[in-house]
Design a protein around this ligand. Structure first.
Ligand SMILES: Nc1nc2c(ncn2[C@@H]2O[C@H](COP(=O)(O)OP(=O)(O)OP(=O)(O)O)[C@@H](O)[C@H]2O)c(=O)[nH]1
Ligand SMILES: [Mg+2]
Length: 359
């Protein structure tokens, strides 16, 4: 799962990136260096892994990760019109979801923050970038049809693009357009930015944190929203755990920035976790809600999906209630499921597969 941080220049994207990933990418008030994006994987904490490890005593514990891409540094920055350059948009298109970062702290040279206004500026940029792509492609299809060579598949694509262009022209994001599965497939390659799930991070200064119910409710009408105190939380991350905890409580911050972000991303993107257990490793995996046992097998290894026979399955809660997997087998909560079984959050799976089929 890859989330791209996008926002106006100097909104604190890199600061948040550093808080979340424990990195120390360069943060600066004035630099306009054109560097590549910062990229890091964030471990998604899950206390169920710890509990499972107590039962299985594995050699290692493995957690799923979210890749975070700090898209800053690509922009020329400093509020110039090219803050959303083509390069930046290209990188953003490769992300599965976007996290829009809004400045909610005062600076001498930018003045008072206006997060809602910034949000609509960013939305306009994203709408425009998508509209350019949709219209360019529509022109191409029209040119083809004048020459008389329009394949049926292109008709499906055209119908989808027309719906999307119509929405974008009315300042509505592409994600609000209902498409049938064929249309969806036909336009997937364009990776429309406004069709991606998006969350908003309000990056508040220490003095403002927790005092923005109006702004947050304005944002939440359209996006799942979360408030961070980027700079403050970065300073916290440099303290020892005890002092950090005390400062966090003072500020009314209940969970670490990382847990808050990964929780929201899981929810917004509709992810769930399943587990594999054994002496070697206890591991949490993430998949889309509604994914099947076969898709879970594929997430582990393509060979497991190709040679899939069945999956042994029991639930984390049943294991915790019974105390051991032997007890779960005895009390009827252990089952063998087929390839179409919809995996539940907390399922513990062991895939039976036939190696010869994978050759
Ligand atoms: N007061 C205050 N300053 C902050 C906060 N977060 C970031 N800053 C400052 O704002 C400036 C820009 O922060 P960055 O994290 O580099 O912002 P950015 O969005 O990555 O900037 P670009 O990549 O250049 O667009 C730095 O001087 C930070 O120290 C905050 O929560 N409060
Ligand atoms: Mg930056």
């Amino acid at each position: 799962m890859k989330i791209g941080f996008i926002g106006l220049p100097k909104s604190g994207k890199t600061t948040l990136f550093n808080v979340l990933t424990g990195s120390s990418a360069e943060v600066s008030a004035f630099s306009t260096v054109k560097a590549g994006p910062n990229l890091a994987a964030v471990k998604i904490g899950d206390e169920r892994v710890e509990k499972l490890a107590e039962i299985y005593n594995p050699k290692r514990k493995v957690y799923p990760t979210i890749d975070i891409v700090d898209l800053a540094g690509v922009s020329e920055g400093d509020g110039k019109a090219d803050a959303f350059s083509g390069d930046l948009m290209k990188l953003a298109r490769n992300c599965e979801a976007l996290a829009i970062v809004l400045r909610n702290f005062r600076t001498d040279w930018q003045g008072e923050p206006e997060p809602l206004l910034d949000l609509s500026r960013i939305e306009q940029e994203l709408l425009l970038a998508d509209l350019i792509i949709a219209e360019k492609r529509l022109e191409k299809i029209e040119a083809n049809s004048r020459k008389g060579n329009v394949a049926p598949a292109q008709k499906v694509e055209e119908s989808a693009l027309r719906l999307i262009a119509e929405a974008l022209n009315k300042s509505r994001p592409a994600r609000e357009v209902d498409l049938d599965p064929n249309q969806e497939l036909a336009i997937r390659c364009f990776q429309f930015l406004t069709r991606k799930p998006a969350i908003v991070i309000l990056n508040s200064g220490e003095d403002r944190y927790g005092k923005n119910p109006g702004v947050l409710s304005g944002i939440s009408q359209r996006y799942p929203a979360i408030e961070f105190a980027g700079q403050f939380e970065l300073e916290l991350s440099r303290l020892d755990e005890m002092s950090a905890q005390a400062f966090m409580e003072d500020m009314g911050i209940r969970e670490s920035a990382r847990d808050r972000l990964t929780g929201l991303a899981y929810e917004t993107l509709g992810y769930i976790s399943f587990f594999t257990v054994g002496e070697d490793e206890v591991r949490a995996w993430n998949i889309r809600r509604g994914a099947t046992a076969l898709e879970a097998a594929a997430a582990i290894h393509t060979d497991l999906a190709r040679g899939f026979i069945a999956a042994e399955c029991f639930h984390y809660d049943d294991l915790m209630a019974a105390g051991s997997d032997k007890a779960v087998r005895g009390n009827g909560h252990f089952k063998l499921v087929g390839r179409d079984y919809p995996v539940r959050d907390g399922d513990i799976l062991s895939i039976r597969f036939n190696v010869s089929k994978t050759a």
